[in-house]
Design a binder for this molecule. Structure first.
Ligand code: ADP
Ligand code: ADP
Length: 228
């Protein structure tokens, strides 16, 4: 589903954010992207959805080399990806319903189809009863769940999350992680960037760890075997 082959990213000004990064995520796999602040996690996610361009290497998405996409082709890529941020980027002058329906508007779906999709997305994050509220009327955890509903309303094949629990307490973080697990169980490929080791301990999912732009790939099973 997502294949990185010797990918490097250098920012203008000379910062090398990623160095020869290689890994693959198969369809329906879930993985955590770990690493200290500045390790390159956000950069890696941005490369996948075309918000930044790689300087070297190839990135395959569903078998297509997205490092060669023209700018005009990027919207097609992004429509297949649900992005979740630490700052959920909700519009505060729109209702929960309107925030979640935004990705559908450009797809030209009928009003009835949109209504069904938005309701289904809000139902999945358990916020159907808040559809008419404005974001300021919601708690931090609820706002984050609205961001998740907006990310999944298009039924993307891939979900990317950048520190999705960064501002939440441990029990809310667990709830959010369970949600990602549920999407993954129905076949969505999920990649979650976090520096929160506690979220990842005991996870059976793939661990991609960045250290100053270099990646290592492991699983908790391997770490336990090797007493790391
Ligand atoms: P398999 O994929 O053959 O069933 P595992 O998932 O147990 O095997 O992983 C075998 C090895 O491949 C492990 O060392 C693991 O770190 C590595 N690996 C697994 N998945 C990936 C991946 N998506 N990208 C890079 N390396 C991976
Ligand atoms: P993380 O998400 O792991 O905190 P980032 O991907 O945000 O890491 O950053 C990786 C490195 O690239 C850091 O050294 C950061 O300062 C640098 N960087 C990130 N974005 C930019 C940018 N737009 N311009 C220049 N340097 C950047």
């Amino acid at each position: 589903m997502i294949h990185f082959l010797e990918v490097s990213k250098v920012y203008l000004g000379g910062r090398q954010a990623l160095q020869n990064v290689s890994f693959h995520l198969t369809k329906g796999q879930m993985a955590f992207l770990m690493g200290h602040s500045g390790a390159g996690k956000s950069t890696l996610l941005k490369l996948i959805c075309g918000l930044e361009r790689a300087n070297a290497g190839r990135i395959l998405f569903s078998g297509h080399d997205i490092t060669r996409l023209k700018n005009a082709e990027l919207p097609f890529l992004r429509r297949q990806i649900g992005m979740i941020f630490q700052e959920h980027h909700l519009l505060f002058d729109r209702t929960v319903y309107d925030n979640v329906s935004m990705p559908l508007i450009i797809t030209g779906k009928s009003t009835e189809n949109m209504r069904r999709r938005v309701s289904a997305a809000l139902d999945k994050v358990n916020l159907l009863d808040k559809a008419k509220n404005f974001p300021v009327q919601l708690s931090g955890g609820e706002q984050q769940r609205v961001g998740i509903a907006r990310a999944i309303v298009n039924k993307p094949m891939v979900l990317l999350a950048d520190e999705p629990t960064g501002n939440l307490d441990p029990s809310l973080s667990q709830t959010i992680m369970q949600l990602f697990g549920e999407f993954n169980r129905v076949g969505v490929t999920v990649l979650i960037a976090t520096h929160n080791i506690k979220l990842v301990n005991h996870s059976q999912h793939l661990l991609l760890t960045l250290n100053r732009g270099r990646m290592s790939v492991s699983t908790n099973d391997e770490k336990e075997k090797n007493n790391i």
